[in-house]
Write a protein that binds this ligand. Sequence first.
Ligand SMILES: Cc1cc2nc3c(=O)[nH]c(=O)nc-3n(C[C@H](O)[C@H](O)[C@H](O)COP(=O)(O)OP(=O)(O)OC[C@H]3O[C@@H](n4cnc5c(N)ncnc54)[C@H](O)[C@@H]3O)c2cc1C
Length: 478
Amino acid sequence: MPRIAIIGGGISGLSAAFTLEEKRQSGAEIEYVLFEAAPRLGGVMVTDHTDGCLIEAGPDSFITEKPWAADLCRKIGLGDQLIGSNDSERKTYILVRGKLVVMPDGLMFMVPTKIMPTVFSPLFSWRTKIRMAAEWFHPPHKASEDETVAGMVERHYGSEMVDLLADPLLSGVYGGEASQLSVRAVLPRFADMESKHGSLGRAMLEARKEARKKMGAAANVPARPLFTSLKDGMQQMVDALVARLDANALKTSSPVQSVIPQSTDDGWIVSAEYQSDHFDAVIVATPAQAAAAVLQGADENLSRDLGEIRYSSSVTVTLGYDEKVRRSLPPGFGFLVPRSEGHRMLAATFVHNKFPHRAPENRALVRCFLGGARDEQILETSEEEILEIVRDELRQIVGIALNAEPLFARVYKWKSAMAQYSVGHLERLQRIEALRRKLPGLALAGNGYSGIGVPDCVRSGAEAAGKILAEMGMWSSA
Ligand SMILES: Cc1cc2nc3c(=O)[nH]c(=O)nc-3n(C[C@H](O)[C@H](O)[C@H](O)COP(=O)(O)OP(=O)(O)OC[C@H]3O[C@@H](n4cnc5c(N)ncnc54)[C@H](O)[C@@H]3O)c2cc1C
């Protein structure tokens, strides 16, 4: 019976395992073993509960527009557990010269699509507002080479837009910098819109009109929430997946040291914890840096390209406060902090507004983000010091007095967890794919390749399993 090894038990590896399990349940003669270095499965997806509050240590939700995570939840019996963000409260602030300024209505990512709210917004200077008006007439432009997100946004709207929006938004989502990340890899839609329409503003409006036309009769259906999550937190997805897998196939506390192809029979030797085992195929579903290490003996060039995919680290801090603090906080989902403000905090979410049932009505639940590509030192900082930094910055930004003691506080450190798709990422992926194809029975999954969010990781795991099954002649449309 063909044996398949999966290395890494985060959501990417679990999604690959689930695809194989479904195939097995439908009668396919396969066996799989999942190796996970940590004592628990789920990778960065961890949910804690305390004082009636639900705390997400890693992702708190996923973007609704990408269907793969919600589809998987429905398949594993969690359809009725899916919840949407409380978009009637959706309002995000940017910290500008120490004051929270609300992002104007109609901003789509960083592209303004409504004239009046943008014109009257105190967020932008008149110079940027004039650039926004001129952007409407931007000629179509097909860049011959990849460029940074900062480069593209600056060409369209000027440097203030990079500092106030592009950079803070990207550090919130990717823990990265607009001046490093590839526009083609991170915002492929922007590159496409620019080449077809020139103006990003006009292209966004055009896309919205098209979407409305397609919806046709369904136009009165209420808009879907921007973010989707699970009633009992993201860990619910991990637990439901694990419950559907073959328990004997899940090896936790089993870090894999190497994955070596066999010249004799096209199989692979997987070495974990001083034991080696033979497999017919291997899915490496770890962060790309770990994939580079385990595949070093398989192909040096592949390992080098994988190792060049950089990662940044992230720290999340969740604080619970009483009703008085809750009443003092502004409405909305939270705020972003541009680097120029000189704080360590990158962003904060008012969880009690974004997902109201995650905190009782007499609690404020505030989740803060630190770290990112420019602040790796935060990992070396003690939890006590991190809490001091966060509390001091919350005092400065939203006025939570230092004598307002948090009822609880949790600090989670995620080392090298956020892949940074730097300029040239797509070319690197092409090289990786060409080298991978030379190694039959190898597939890659994870957040290092084509999407860092949970839905893309779910898709990458399922696709990797599909590729292996297709090679084995068990999958028709991988
Ligand atoms: C703080 C934070 C907040 C986030 N917020 C969101 C969000 O709100 N929405 C969203 O969509 N996405 C979010 N993301 C991104 C998303 O959660 C991750 O990209 C995704 O969960 C990664 O899943 P993965 O399985 O690819 O990797 P991981 O979760 O990193 O799992 C990889 C696993 O591989 C294991 N491993 C590594 N090396 C080995 C080895 N040699 N042998 C065996 N096992 C090994 C690791 O122990 C780990 O468990 C966030 C990420 C972080 C860190």
